[in-house]
Design a protein around this ligand. Structure first.
Ligand code: CMP
Length: 128
């Protein structure tokens, strides 16, 4: 997908243009319709997502715990921790997301330790 779309993500701050360009090749862009679930609590997780546009709702056991929008990422917790999905994430409206598969995500965090640290820091906040 277009590397420009990743430029505004805090997660990728300070990465060189070349690195961001290489990362962009691992993401595919998807349009998501209102009501579509991208993760379901307690499922196995096979993908990681960036929000390019639109709002999504994060729920655990039917209760809203957060809203996600452009510039946010989700789906990292199950992949970083080798655990089941911690929450259900549903599109509140038509959204655009970038999706990366779990095997590429593993390569990513191995290759870029700074990303692993940033992902872990956000996951710890979300867990709190
Ligand atoms: P994961 O557990 O893989 O799948 C569900 C995702 O929802 C999770 O990763 C996080 O990315 C996200 N998530 C879980 N809890 C919160 C929270 N409190 N705030 C924002 N996002 C969350």
């Amino acid at each position: 997908m277009d590397a420009q779309a990743l430029a505004g993500f805090d997660l990728f701050a300070d990465l060189t243009e070349d690195h961001v360009s290489r990362l962009s090749e691992l993401f595919t862009e998807h349009r998501v319709l209102m009501g579509e679930q991208l993760t379901e609590k307690d499922d196995f997780g096979y993908s990681f997502f960036l929000v390019l546009g639109g709002q999504l709702r994060v729920q655990t056991d039917g209760t809203d715990v957060a809203q996600l929008g452009a510039g946010d990422h989700f789906g990292e917790m199950a992949l970083v921790r080798g655990d089941r999905r911690s929450a259900t994430v549903t599109a509140s409206e038509t959204c655009r997301v970038a999706k990366m598969m779990a095997w590429d995500f593993s390569d990513l965090v191995e290759s870029y330790p700074v990303l692993a640290q940033r992902l872990e820091a956000v996951a710890a906040e979300r867990d709190a």
